[in-house]
Design a protein around this ligand. Structure first.
Ligand code: SF4
Ligand code: SF4
Length: 170
């Protein structure tokens, strides 16, 4: 089976990720290197969220989404996800929705925000003008460092998963 890429509809990619997860979850979860890489990646994700909270970015985005009707999580961003990134989310215990909950919103957007733990680079590193206006440059730099560490770790996780799946004959 091929490692399903960006060209496929989101439902196909979700089906692929669920099938791989159901068939190989034990092998992937019991692989000590993958386990360690996922643990490191989750720490990086948590660190990014903590810095977003501490720098006030979370509050700005919350205000934007609830009071100004703004959001960056639009319809079509789900197409930036490939099968491997969806598989990473399954390994983190997320379930992948079978339909879009928010009209005109991203497939993975719910009433309480994003339903995923592992997000695309585009989701993690987008900071709009509003944020640049309200947050000091020093805080922006701290955030950018955390974002870079998170996205680099995601790349390492994805490459390791691809090579393990190839070894498993996927
Ligand atoms: S990044 Fe900007 S546009 Fe997106 S939710 Fe935050 S404040 Fe709103
Ligand atoms: S953060 Fe989540 S809901 Fe928003 S665009 Fe990215 S995947 Fe979609």
């Amino acid at each position: 089976m091929i490692l399903i890429g960006l060209d496929y509809p989101i439902v196909k990619k979700i089906d692929w990720a669920n099938a791989i997860f159901n068939n190989y979850k034990e092998q992937l979860r019991n692989n000590l290197v993958i386990k360690e890489l996922l643990k490191n990646y989750k720490e990086k994700i948590d660190n990014t969220w903590l810095i977003m909270k501490n720098t006030g970015v979370c509050d700005i985005c919350m205000r934007c989404a609830t009071l100004d009707g703004g959001s960056c999580c639009g319809d079509g961003i789900e197409d930036k996800f490939d099968g491997i990134l969806l598989l990473v989310n399954l390994l983190f215990g997320c379930s992948l929705p079978r339909s879009r909950e928010i009209p005109n919103g991203c497939w993975f957007l719910g009433k309480n925000g994003c339903k995923l733990i592992a997000r695309q680079v585009i989701c993690v590193n987008y900071l709009c003008k509003k944020i640049y206006k309200e947050i000091s440059l020093d805080k922006i730099h701290r955030l950018q460092t955390a974002i870079l560490e998170e996205t680099e770790q995601l790349f390492i996780v994805e490459e390791k998963l691809k090579s393990e799946l190839l070894k498993l004959g996927v």
